[in-house]
Design a protein. Structure first.
Length: 239
């Protein structure tokens, strides 16, 4: 699978208010390995940048005056992402801005050009409900080094997101068994096992007496309806 990890920086928070993209950063991954191919452009938005936005990414309008406009790079950008799965943190924000820019050029939305869009913020909320799931929080949770991230930068954030995504989707790490020293060392070298310090204690929640009573009533009902063919009661008897 070809995936593109994407991030943008903008002049403000609402493209519906006329805010524009000022930076696009993309890194390519194939079969869960970075390919070292990337797309990165600063863009002249032809408008002022909100003070709040500038405090986040540190990019000034003066810096962007000699940079290309989105129209100058749109075709090249679409060629880079064409047919790939876009992986974006808070995808609605970036896709909204990209589609607004493309609409100004009478071009098709980006999600009709790429294969699909995956939102890692939604993934993180499903995996870690009730917790902070911004990129910094995920870096801390998964042990991804982001010490060089003092300000937001589209290309840097796309690279960090790729590392976080690999950590979030490495499902086999939750099935750690005693494989012996040789096998464990080989799998760890291949990136299939996390460091020992990353392993978390699994807590087993036992059913309460009330829950067990309800469970027994349900099994009895199933036994009556199935005329004695309740597999769970058979298992309990045989076990």
């Amino acid at each position: 699978m070809r995936q593109i990890f994407l991030d943008t920086d903008t002049t403000g928070l609402e493209h519906k208010l006329g805010h524009r993209i000022i930076e696009i950063g993309c890194v390519e991954m194939g079969n869960r390995r970075l390919t070292n191919r990337h797309f990165h452009r600063y863009l002249n938005p032809e408008r002022d940048i909100d003070a709040g936005a500038m405090s986040v990414h540190g990019i000034s309008r003066e810096f962007l005056l000699d940079k290309p406009h989105f129209a100058d790079v749109a075709a090249e950008f679409l060629d880079f992402v064409r047919g790939a799965e876009l992986v974006i943190h808070n995808a609605a924000f970036d896709v909204g801005f990209l589609n607004a820019e493309l609409a100004l050029l009478d071009m098709a939305p980006v999600d009709t050009v790429c294969h699909a869009v995956r939102d890692t913020l939604r993934m993180a909320k499903d995996l870690h409900p009730g917790k902070k799931n911004n990129l910094n929080a995920l870096c801390e949770r998964y042990g991804v080094n982001n010490s060089h991230r003092t300000l937001h930068g589209a290309l840097l954030d796309a690279e960090i997101l790729a590392e976080v995504y690999l950590a979030m989707t490495r499902g086999q790490e939750s099935l750690i068994m005693d494989l012996g020293d040789d096998n464990a060392s080989r799998l760890k070298a291949a990136g299939s096992l996390p460091p020992t310090g990353d392993r978390k204690t699994q807590h087993v929640r036992r059913a309460s007496p009330e829950e067990l009573e309800v469970h027994e009533k349900i099994l009895t009902t199933i036994q009556e309806v199935s005329k004695g063919k309740c597999q769970w009661l058979r298992s309990d008897t045989n076990g």
